[in-house]
Design a protein around this ligand. Structure first.
Ligand SMILES: Nc1ncnc2c1ncn2[C@@H]1O[C@H](COP(=O)(O)OP(=O)(O)OP(=O)(O)O)[C@@H](O)[C@H]1O
Length: 591
C-alpha cells in the first residue's frame, strides 16, 4: 500500500515522520531488528515442533519393540517438554510481533492525524466526522492485525511447510507426493468460502462505518430530529441497520462454519488416504509403522499450517477494505502547509487589497467575481448584502482557506500566496458565524487562542466582550465546561466568548462574520462601545446582516451575487438609494 505521493524513504531510509508518505511494508522494514529477533524465536519453535513426530517414530519403531526403558523415558520427557518450549518461544516471538504491530499502528495513526489536521476546507467540507472517527479506530486494528495475523502467519507457516515437506520426503517420498497432490485440491476447494468471507467482511465494514457517521450526525442533530418529530423515521432507519448488520454477521458465521467443516472433512479424508496407502507400503516392507504414524502426524501439522496460513490470508483479505479506507485518507493530497515560516516575522500595517479576485467552489457554484477592494490600515469595513452573496467567502479568501482562481490579494505589499499560512493567520483573528468551542472549560477555550494569557488577560478580554459578569456569576466560574460545541451556554454567550477569545490574540487584522447576530440590541450596543476602543489602529472587517452593527464603519461594501454592488459610508449609501438603502428601510420598518 503506497500511502502518499512522496516516497522519500526508499532512498534515505530515515525514520518516518508523520508527513512522509510510506507503505506498510516500508514501515515493517524499519522494524527489521525486531523482525529478525522474532523470526529467530519462530524458527526455534518451528524446529522444536518438527521433532515431536520423530520422537513418536523412534518410540514405536525402536524403544517399544526393544523394550528400551531409558530411551522410552527420554522420548516421553522430550514429548512432554517440546510443547512447553514451543509455547515459550512462540510467546517470545509474539511479543516482538506485537511490538512491530504497535509501531505500524502508531505510524499510521500519526499520518492520519497529520493529514486530518492539515486538510484544506476543500477536503474537510466533504468529510463526515463519524466516518473519520471510524477510520482512526480502524488503524488500531489494522497495524497490529496486519502483522500478527497476516505477515507473521505467512512467514511462520511458510517455514513450517518447507521443514515438514523436507522431513516427509525423508520418511517416504511416495506418500509425500500423494500429500502434495491432496493439499492443493483442499486449498482450491476452500478458496470459494474464503472469497465469500471477504465480500461479507467488506459489507460488515461498510455497515460499521455507516453506523459511526450516522451516530455522530444523530447526536449533533438530535434536537432537530425531535423538533421535526422525526424520531420514528430515525428509529426505522436504525432498525433497518440492525437487521442488515445481523444478516451480514449471520452470513459471516455460516460461511465461516461451513468453511471449517469443509476443512475438517478434507483433513479426515486426507488422513484416510494416507493410512490406506501407508498400510500398503508397510505390507510391501517399504515403511515402518512408526514412520507411518510420524508421517500422518506431519501431514496433520502440514494441514494445520496450511489452514493457519489460509486463516492469515482470510484475515489479510478482511483487512484489505480497512487498509483501503485508511489509504483513501492518506492518499488525499490536499494538505495546507503550516510548518513553513518566514525567515523573519512580517511586520504589517494591515492594508488589504483585492485585485480582480474571482473564485468558485465547485464548478461555478458560489462564485465571487472580479472583486476589487482597497482597505486602508486601521479602517473598519462593513460587509453587507443578501444571504449567499459571497460575504463569508471573501473572509475565507483573506484567511487563505481558499486561493483565488484569478486575481491577487495583497496584505500590505505582500501577495497573500507568498505568505506562509502560519504567518498569515498570526496576523489575523476570526470570529466566525458558526462559533466552535471545545467541550472544555471556559478558561481552556479562551487560552486555546493564547496559551500564555494570564487570568488578568482573560478578565480584560471578557470584560471587553461583555461576558465577564456572566462568567463570574457561574458557580464554577472559569472552570465551567461549555459542553460539546458549547451546547451548555446560549448562542449570545457563545458569540461573546468567541469575541473574547479573538481579542486574546491581539492581531493587527480582525475579521468578524455576524459576530453579534445572537445578541439583543442593548447588549450589542454596549459591546460595540467597548469594541470601538479595541478596534482603534486595527484593520477590522465585519460581516453583518444587522446594519446597526456596521453603521459607523469607515466604509461599507454591499456584496450581491458574488460582486461588489455598492461601496461607501452609511450616509453615502443611503443617498445612493440603492441596495443598501433598500436593506436599511426594510430593517427600519421591521423594527
Ligand atoms: N464549501 C462550499 N462549497 C460550495 N459552495 C459553497 C460553499 N460555501 C459556500 N458556498 C456557496 O457560496 C455562496 C456564497 O456563500 P457565502 O457563505 O460566502 O455567502 P454569505 O454572503 O456569507 O451568506 P450568508 O449571509 O447567508 O452567510 C453561496 O451560494 C453558498 O451556497
Amino acid at each position: 500500500m503506497n500511502i502518499t505521493q512522496t516516497n522519500k524513504f526508499a532512498n534515505n531510509q530515515k525514520e518516518p515522520t508523520a508527513k512522509t508518505g510510506i507503505s506498510i511494508l516500508q514501515l515493517i522494514f524499519f522494524q527489521r531488528k525486531y523482525i529478525l529477533i522474532s523470526l529467530g524465536f519462530m524458527i526455534i519453535s518451528v524446529l522444536l515442533n518438527l521433532t515431536s513426530p520423530l520422537f513418536m517414530k523412534q518410540m514405536i519403531d525402536t524403544a517399544i519393540p526393544e523394550k528400551n526403558w531409558s530411551l522410552l523415558v527420554g522420548l516421553i520427557i522430550g514429548l512432554i517438554s517440546i510443547p512447553i518450549f514451543v509455547t515459550l518461544f512462540t510467546f517470545l516471538g509474539d511479543k516482538y510481533n506485537h511490538r512491530i504491530g504497535a509501531y505500524v499502528t502508531d505510524q499510521l495513526r500519526k499520518k492520519m492525524f497529520y493529514k486530518l489536521t492539515h486538510f484544506s476546507p476543500k477536503t474537510y467540507n466533504h468529510l463526515k466526522s463519524g466516518d473519520i472517527a471510524g477510520r482512526m479506530y480502524s488503524c488500531g486494528e489494522v497495524g497490529d492485525l496486519y502483522i500478527t495475523q497476516f505477515v507473521v502467519p505467512g512467514i511462520l507457516h511458510g517455514l513450517m511447510f518447507i521443514g515438514i515437506t523436507g522431513i516427509m520426503i525423508y520418511l517416504n517420498w511416495k506418500l509425500t507426493i500423494i500429500s502434495l497432490v491432496i493439499l492443493p485440491i483442499m486449498f482450491f476447494l476452500s478458496k470459494k468460502p474464503a472469497m465469500s468471507i471477504r465480500n461479507i467482511s467488506q459489507n460488515v465494514m461498510q455497515l460499521q462505518q455507516e453506523l459511526s457517521s450516522y451516530t455522530t450526525e444523530l447526536v449533533q442533530g438530535l434536537k432537530t430530529v425531535q423538533t421535526l418529530n422525526q424520531v420514528q423515521k430515525e428509529n426505522d432507519y436504525q432498525y433497518k441497520w440492525i437487521d442488515n448488520y445481523r444478516i451480514e454477521r449471520t452470513k459471516a458465521f455460516i460461511v465461516g462454519s461451513f468453511s471449517e467443516l469443509l476443512n475438517k472433512g478434507q483433513q479426515a479424508l486426507g488422513i484416510g488416504v494416507l493410512f490406506g496407502y501407508g498400510s500398503y507400503e508397510i505390507f510391501q516392507g517399504n515403511l515402518s509403522i512408526g514412520s507411518l504414524v510420524a508421517f500422518v502426524a506431519y501431514f496433520s501439522q502440514l494441514f494445520g499450517s496450511l489452514e493457519k496460513a489460509q486463516f492469515g490470508l482470510v484475515k489479510g483479505i478482511e483487512l484489505k477494505p480497512k487498509l483501503e479506507m485508511i489509504k483513501e485518507i492518506l492518499d488525499v493530497n490536499d494538505e495546507q502547509d503550516f510548518e513553513t515560516t518566514s525567515p523573519t516575522p512580517l511586520k504589517i500595517k494591515g492594508e488589504i487589497k483585492f485585485q480582480n479576485v474571482s473564485f468558485a467552489y465547485d464548478g461555478d457554484r458560489g462564485q465571487v467575481n472580479n472583486i476589487n477592494l482597497h482597505i486602508k490600515p486601521g479602517h473598519l469595513i462593513g460587509i453587507v448584502g443578501p444571504s449567499g452573496g459571497g460575504k463569508s467567502t471573501i473572509l475565507d479568501l483573506l484567511l487563505g482557506f481558499y486561493t483565488p482562481d484569478s486575481g491577487s490579494i495583497f496584505l500590505d505589499q505582500y501577495n497573500l500566496k507568498e505568505i506562509p499560512l502560519k504567518e498569515l493567520r498570526s496576523k489575523m483573528t476570526l470570529v466566525s458565524q458558526d462559533v466552535f468551542l471545545w467541550n472544555k472549560s471556559i478558561k481552556d477555550n479562551l487560552q486555546y487562542a493564547n496559551p500564555d494569557a494570564s487570568i488578568q488577560d482573560l478578565e480584560k478580554a471578557c470584560y471587553e466582550a461583555q461576558i465577564l459578569d456572566f462568567i463570574q456569576q457561574l458557580p464554577q466560574g472559569w472552570d465551567t465546561v461549555v459542553g460539546e460545541r458549547g451546547v451548555k451556554i446560549s448562542g449570545g454567550e457563545k458569540q461573546r466568548l468567541a469575541i473574547a477569545r479573538a481579542l486574546l490574540r491581539n492581531p493587527q487584522i480582525i475579521l468578524m462574520d455576524e459576530p453579534t447576530s445572537a445578541l439583543d440590541s442593548k447588549t450589542e450596543a454596549h459591546l460595540q462601545e467597548h469594541l470601538e476602543r479595541i478596534f482603534k489602529g486595527k484593520t477590522v472587517i465585519i460581516v453583518a446582516h444587522r446594519l446597526a452593527t456596521i453603521r459607523n464603519a469607515d466604509s461599507i461594501l454591499v456584496i450581491k451575487d458574488g460582486e461588489v454592488a455598492e461601496v461607501g459610508t452609511h450616509e453615502e449609501l443611503l443617498e445612493r438609494k440603492g441596495i443598501y438603502d433598500q436593506l436599511y428601510r426594510e430593517q427600519f420598518q421591521a423594527n
